[in-house]
Design a protein around this ligand. Structure first.
Ligand SMILES: [Fe+2]
Length: 247
């Protein structure tokens, strides 16, 4: 079983993945917590956060105390942890992570139990087909430092977008689920009045994708809202924060 939840922001919202929180969410959905084999974070996983972190074929080796503690906690979980890329993620290190084969393609290895899902990739997890998007514009970047607390790679470059579109065409444009960090405009409208110019380049790209594919549900984080948890049955768009959906 797959469990999908929102931004964890390094240790800030790590309780999203506490057994207590997950068990409560599972209980409300009549799902068995012990059947979870994979947990997916919808961006802003934020580990590693500190740039003082070496990388080799076994993943990251944090020297930062908090990162090391958090990774140890995640490594002990009885399920795999997969993270979509957000806008509070250290892209400089993510880009150096080793690729390993998983779910019919490749993922980026943080540790034996923790992986980043690549943007624009298509994976089959538990017989379900996922399209992975990711990224968002940081509206707080003026207060963050490039390559230390903000990374320009949060926005897709043109080449990435073209490659993603080509993959979608090749795969028949049909998916079970879409996972992204910020949403498409129609999804964001569930939680936020986006007529004030908050449509950034990533949202515009998500809108393009939204118009060309079919899918059952589109999960996203970023907006720090659990609206999608409360309206899961009737909504195609599922924004999540602390709560999690069992699939
Ligand atoms: Fe966030």
């Amino acid at each position: 079983m797959i469990y999908i939840t929102g931004d964890t922001h390094n240790t800030e919202d790590m309780s999203n993945l506490s057994s207590k929180n997950m068990k409560l969410c599972c209980m409300e959905q009549n799902a068995d917590f012990h059947a979870i084999t994979t947990a997916i974070i919808l961006g802003d996983f934020g580990l590693p956060w500190s740039s003082d972190c070496t990388v080799d074929e076994s993943g990251i080796h944090p020297t930062d105390h908090t990162d090391r503690y958090l990774l140890k906690w995640y490594n002990q979980k009885p399920f795999k942890i997969l993270a979509v890329m957000g806008n509070h993620d250290n892209y400089d290190i993510i880009e150096k992570l080793p690729e390993v084969e998983m779910f019919g393609s490749t993922v980026l290895k943080v540790s034996d139990n923790v992986f980043y899902l690549k943007r624009g990739e298509i994976y089959t997890i538990d017989d379900k087909r996922f399209l992975i998007l990711g990224g968002a514009m940081s509206d707080d970047k003026a207060w963050r430092k490039p390559h230390e607390s903000w990374w320009e790679q949060e926005a897709w470059n043109a080449e990435e977008q073209t490659r993603c579109m080509a993959r979608i065409q090749e795969c028949g444009r049909q998916f079970d689920y879409v996972l992204s960090h910020t949403g498409a405009t129609r999804g964001i409208a569930c939680v936020f009045d986006s007529t004030d110019g908050s449509i950034d380049a990533t949202v515009a790209f998500n809108d393009k994708v939204d118009a060309m594919i079919t899918y059952k549900k589109w999960f996203f984080g970023h907006w720090h809202s659990d609206w999608g948890y409360e309206h899961f049955a009737e909504s195609q768009y599922v924004p999540l924060y602390h709560k999690g959906i069992a699939l």
